[in-house]
Design a binder for this molecule. Structure first.
Ligand SMILES: [Ca+2]
Ligand SMILES: [Ca+2]
Length: 440
């Protein structure tokens, strides 16, 4: 072979190599490079000093990336596992946290520890990238953890006080409570409900600060009425997961859960139909807004109540039709008849008549329907009666005007009372009537 052709061959070879290098430029650098972990000693205890280290790395092509730590026994602990990454420069702070969930079970219950902090010791850190062809690149080094905070926050004895409740302001199982004992101060605790079929939609439950401040070590209690007392509709009826999660500054994240069933939940709403009371005396109806009744006469009425909400409304006696004397009230009637249920019970709806000269508010009260219009059932040993959603009840009654009255013109009106909750403006001062006691 001549010298010339030899030279030509070398030149051709050199050009080929250059072309290959140019075309394959992206493979010039390795897939994973410039990996660093600094500082190499950290103390994960949230005291602000060396709590975390900087992990940096660069990728030249798409890869699944893992960051893990290997202890002296060879066990791996993952901070990141097979996370898809595109080419670029990456930097992440690591404070000793491991995202490998485990169940913590002890005498205080069972909770899921989602993230936790590696115990003190010497570890090998590994940053590992695997591309689509299965080629793996890795870098490793040493890191030491000292004076870490190893205490896992625990939501101990996580309890739902009333596992099935009916948030509808009827005075029966309207509230439940969620409680736990927190064994250390944490940054946040959140408590919420979610539907297992839709875990993304959460209904938060607010804490009432009692003994311990929110997030502080100690006993915590969350009173829960489904939001009804604020006028909100509670979450729909059904069985919910009630979950609490705590996170501390060190990097622990724990979750505990139970179930809570909501039944007959909703804001109760009822009204006096058309805002009308059919006033009369013992014999016939009255016309207009003024009446003349002699002392000793009887004022009578009929009216209708409608439940226009989606929950039953609870009521109690005296039954529709029960007569009163003007010097009686529902409490004296309760004593006379030994009917405890005639006393004012929270959450019960009754129709009442008030006089402007009455010494107690709405002294004359009746159930919001005739017995046959109500649905009654025994609940916790007591008979309870309800006007169901969409139903109408008839209320009638009479009051014998015994006197003495402080003057001979008195006003009477009706009201639909939701005891211990309130009277809607539209349900008060219904169909006011001026009564002239004596002859016209
Ligand atoms: Ca520290
Ligand atoms: Ca209830």
């Amino acid at each position: 072979m001549s010298l010339l052709s030899r030279k030509g061959l070398i030149l051709a070879w050199a050009l080929l190599v250059l072309a290959a290098l140019f075309l394959g430029g992206c493979h010039l650098r390795p897939m994973l490079y410039d990996v660093s972990v600094a500082p190499q000693v950290i103390s994960p205890n949230a005291d602000g000093n060396d709590d975390a280290t900087n992990i940096e790395y660069k990728l030249t092509r798409n890869a699944d990336l893992s960051i893990y730590f290997v202890d002296a026994q060879g066990e791996r602990f993952y901070f990141r596992k097979d996370r898809p990454r595109s080419p670029g420069d990456y930097r992440v702070l690591w404070g000793g946290g491991i995202n490998q969930a485990y169940w913590l079970e002890n005498e205080f219950g069972r909770q899921l520890v989602k993230s936790w902090v590696l115990p003190d010791g010497l570890y090998t850190w590994v940053v590992e990238a695997t591309d689509a062809e299965g080629i793996t690149a890795r870098a490793e080094g040493q890191i030491e953890l000292q004076a870490g905070d190893p205490v896992v926050p625990e939501l101990r004895q996580f309890t739902v006080a009333v596992p099935e409740f009916t948030p509808n302001q009827d005075g029966l199982r309207d509230r439940t409570g969620i409680s736990y004992y927190l064994n250390k101060d944490v940054e946040t605790v959140q408590v919420y409900l979610y539907d297992p079929a839709d875990p993304g939609t959460r209904y938060p439950i607010e804490e009432q600060e009692r003994v311990a401040e929110s997030g502080k070590r100690g006993y915590h209690y969350y009173d829960y009425d489904g939001g009804v007392d604020r006028g909100a509709e509670p979450p729909p009826d059904g069985t919910w997961v009630v979950e609490a999660e705590a996170r501390d500054l060190v990097g622990h994240h724990v979750v505990v859960s139970d179930t809570l069933t909501i039944r007959d939940g909703g804001k109760p709403r009822a009204l006096v139909v058309n805002g009308v009371i059919h006033w009369g005396d013992a014999v016939r109806g009255l016309e207009g807004t003024e009446a003349y009744l002699p002392l000793g006469a009887t004022l009578c009425f009929t009216t209708y109540i409608e439940n226009y909400s989606r929950v039953p409304i609870r009521t109690s006696g005296p039954p529709s039709g029960t007569p009163y004397r003007s010097d009686q009230n529902f409490n004296t009637l309760a004593v006379e008849t030994a009917e405890d249920s005639y006393h004012e019970q929270p959450g019960v709806w009754r129709f009442g008549v008030n006089f402007d000269v009455s010494e107690t508010d709405f002294p004359y009260r009746w159930a919001v329907g005739k017995p046959e219009e109500l649905r009654c059932e025994e609940i916790e040993g007591q008979e309870q009666c309800f006007l169901d959603p969409g139903e109408r009840g008839t209320v009638s009654g009479c009051i014998e005007l015994i006197g003495p009255f402080p003057r001979n013109q008195i006003y009477a009106w009706g009201g639909l009372i939701h005891q211990w909750v309130g009277i809607d403006a539209m349900n008060n001062y219904v169909d006011r009537l001026l009564i002239n006691i004596g002859e016209p």
